[in-house]
Design a protein around this ligand. Structure first.
Ligand code: PFF
Length: 478
């Protein structure tokens, strides 16, 4: 039996978790999603979901991880003492595999832009350069190189690999981002970007709230690395009892700060020198920002620094994605860490190849599918904490938490058991219908009009009840 890894220090855990959270989600996916969904209106919904769902959801994953000291499948099965929870655990592992499959492709673009910024290779024709680089054989080759870097860190283990790398990468990202934001904000025309990003626009928000919701909720989970067991697995390497509510808050606050900071770099650049955010799509950052550097003095240096930051952020997230299937193979299938990493890299060579060669599959996986899977996964973890762990979850929450935070444990449990799953299922149903292009009409029932939204809330409640009935611990009191 292999001994499990563990973090060397508390700071190491926090930095690794923040490293997982801060990534392409902040620097690449956020501007794309925000541009597609109304700019600052999207930001408002996204921030609300982070505070109201993200932090309690993060706590749910941390509680399961520390309580079980196992990765998702083993954690759910052992704590529930029932095999019924194997499927939700495997869903989390599968989601992580899917995530890394497309993430490696974007990581590969980043690696390529980092290297070629030095020569200014994309300066002459940024759009054409991106078309050539974003899919096909070149994209595949760089995705493989990115996967190799990721594999190297994970291969070295939890403290010697992930923790050590995070302790170097995270401070570097922070310092460089502050410097880049200070510079970007002084560019003529930067103000338009800042107001697209930060101006609170109630009218757009009200008119589009339901359309924005699924994408904003998905992005909030994506940015906090929730719903596929990453935070759960990282918390399973915690040995001492420290305050999980304090850790969850620190992780969410730091991620949001870096996210906002990243927005203050990306949006001014898009507006001052690029085509604005409207150019949209997965290429927004790579085409417009690369074009911006081409017009600037010292553009090559700026390019290296900017894409260097994006690369570090991408790596600290991709290692957390790879760690989930690795932990599963090591713990549940008794492979060595080295065999697990090597085997998985071969698998990813195929799956990331599919994403590199088929842009339509890439766009669907990295957008809608990921939103839906992370939402489903988090619902599973929340129902587990609420209905299977119950009082044990409250105990785990309180361990090391101090009086003030300890008092929040019971309200948190109710939120996690009932309110948040229904909310997330509502966004899930809305998201699926939106993806299928279906709208739900009002219906009149005996003289009372039931709005489409009310019907969807009803469906969400029914789904929550069905999930509970299927998954609850046999013989449990609730
Ligand atoms: N939070 C990462 C980002 O914003 O780029 C993405 C991510 C990492 C999602 C790890 C999920 C995950 F398990």
């Amino acid at each position: 039996m292999t001994t499990r890894g563990s973090w060397g220090t508390r700071l190491g855990f926090i930095l690794a978790a923040v490293g997982s959270a801060v990534g392409l989600g902040n620097l690449w996916r956020f501007p794309w999603m925000a541009a597609d969904n109304g700019g600052s209106a999207f930001l408002v919904v996204y921030l609300a979901v982070i505070v109201l769902v993200g932090v309690p959801g993060l706590l749910a994953e941390l509680v399961i991880g520390r309580r079980s000291n196992r990765s998702p499948v083993g954690a759910l099965v052992s704590l529930a003492d029932s095999d019924r929870w194997r499927a939700p655990g495997l869903l989390a592992v599968g989601t992580a595999v899917l995530l890394l499959s497309f993430y490696a492709v974007v990581g590969g673009w980043t690696l390529r832009y980092f290297l070629t910024s030095a020569t200014g290779a994309y300066f002459a024709e940024p759009g054409a350069y991106f078309s050539g680089a974003s899919s096909g054989l070149d994209a595949f080759a760089f995705a493989l190189a990115f996967l190799a870097l990721t594999g190297f860190v994970v291969y070295r283990g939890v403290d010697a690999g992930i923790e050590r790398a995070s302790k170097v990468m995270m401070p570097a990202i922070l310092v460089l981002l502050v410097a880049l934001a200070a510079w970007a904000l002084t560019l003529p025309g930067a103000g338009a970007g800042v107001s697209f990003y930060l101006a609170f626009d109630l009218a757009t928000l009200r008119a589009n709230a339901f359309d924005i919701l699924p994408a904003a909720a998905g992005q909030a989970l994506f940015t906090l690395s929730l719903g596929c067991g990453t935070m759960l697995t990282y918390a399973s390497y915690l040995s001492e009892d420290r305050s999980l509510p304090a850790d969850a808050t620190a992780i969410a606050v730091l991620n949001t700060l870096v996210g906002v900071l990243a927005g203050l770099v990306v949006f001014p650049l898009l507006f001052a020198l690029g085509d604005g955010a409207g150019a949209g799509g997965p290429g927004a950052v790579f085409v417009s920002i690369a074009a911006a550097f081409a017009t600037l003095p010292y553009g090559q240096v700026l390019g290296v620094v900017f894409f260097g930051v994006v690369l570090l952020a991408a790596l600290s997230s991709s290692i957390s994605m790879l760690e989930i299937p690795v932990a599963y193979l090591v713990e549940e299938r008794e492979h060595s860490r080295h065999t697990a990493v090597a085997g998985l890299l071969s698998l990813f060579a195929v799956t990331s190849g599919v994403c590199a060669f088929f842009p339509a599959i890439f766009a669907f996986v990295s957008g809608t599918l990921v939103d839906l899977l992370l939402t489903t996964g988090l619902v599973g973890f929340l129902l587990f904490v609420g209905w299977v762990l119950g009082k044990d979850a409250v105990d785990e929450f309180r361990t090391g938490a101090g009086d003030f935070a300890g008092r929040l444990a019971t309200p948190w449990l109710y939120a996690v058991a009932v309110v948040l799953p229904v909310f997330l299922l509502f966004t899930l149903v809305t998201g699926v219908l939106g993806a299928l292009g279906v709208t739900v009409a009002d219906v009149a029932l005996g003289g009372v009009t039931v709005s489409g939204t009310t019907q969807l809330v009803g469906v969400a409640v029914l789904l929550a009840l069905t999930a509970y009935a299927t998954l609850r611990r046999p013989g449990s009191a609730v």
